[in-house]
Design a protein around this ligand. Structure first.
Ligand code: 6GU
Length: 235
């Protein structure tokens, strides 16, 4: 059975606590397919004031995350478990996170996530540690924590046995490159808005065709970029 150990290295590790204690992440921990370990980078600073940042050489605005606490934290945390796994630096300079990235990471046995703050990391952190750099999109966050949460959520729900239906991840938006079709539940009519008749028909073949058509329409209308990829790869 697959099981993933997550190590979260952050200056604000406590922001992860409510997140890993709710919903799917909690279920994954209860089913023992995921474990989350929170680590405070500041505790690894041997500076007398436990300083983790400093002014950039050469001048300029903002502060830079120092090498020493980050590298010490990484090394100490790696030694807490014999699994090596993979280590990720959350940064807007990284490769953009995609569903395919989540699928690949869901096969790891251990994922270490390094979250920074301030204007950046001392470049020697990248030189010294084997880090894959990942961004979650083209916008700037003040820290990597929110990005790490996005990544963890996307990965954990793919671990076999976490969701009720193994199928339910195959139907997701993006898993076949299409957006998801519209969904309805009871009642059949709400303030004059009706559920499409086909969904109440019991005709499974017709339902499947309707859903496929809706997915395609949605993708074409909302995400012409995805639609182009799909139609080009069909041929
Ligand atoms: Cl991973 N970190 C930060 N700070 N900003 C981001 C990001 C990550 N991904 C997009 N913006």
């Amino acid at each position: 059975m697959s099981r993933i150990r997550f190590d979260l290295l952050s200056l604000f590790p406590e922001v992860f606590r409510p997140f890993v204690n709710a919903s799917i992440l909690r279920i994954a921990a209860e089913k023992q397919v995921a474990e989350y370990h929170l680590h405070d980078i500041r505790q690894y600073s041997r500076d007398k004031h436990k300083k983790v940042d400093d002014k950039p050489y050469g001048g300029g605005p903002g502060m830079v995350l120092r090498c020493e606490p980050v590298v010490s934290a990484y090394e100490d945390v790696q030694n807490m478990d014999e699994r090596t796994g993979t280590a990720i630096l959350l940064t807007p300079q990284g490769k953009t996170f995609q569903q395919e990235t989540a699928k690949r990471l869901a096969r790891e046995e251990r994922i270490t996530l390094l979250c920074g703050h301030y204007e950046g990391f001392d470049e020697r952190i990248r030189d010294m540690l084997p880090l894959e750099e990942i961004s979650i999109g083209d916008y700037v966050l003040s820290g990597g924590e929110a990005a790490a949460m996005v990544l963890i959520d996307a990965v954990v729900r793919l671990i076999p046995g976490v969701l009720g239906h193994e199928e339910s991840t195959n139907n997701d938006s993006f898993s076949d490159g299409l957006l998801e079709y519209p969904q309805y539940t009871r009642p059949p009519e709400f303030r004059g808005l009706k559920v499409p008749d086909v969904l109440l028909s019991g005709n499974h073949k017709e339902i499947e065709l309707w859903r496929r058509a809706q997915s395609e329409k949605r993708t074409y209308e909302r995400r012409s970029d995805l639609w182009k990829d799909i139609t080009q790869n069909r041929s």
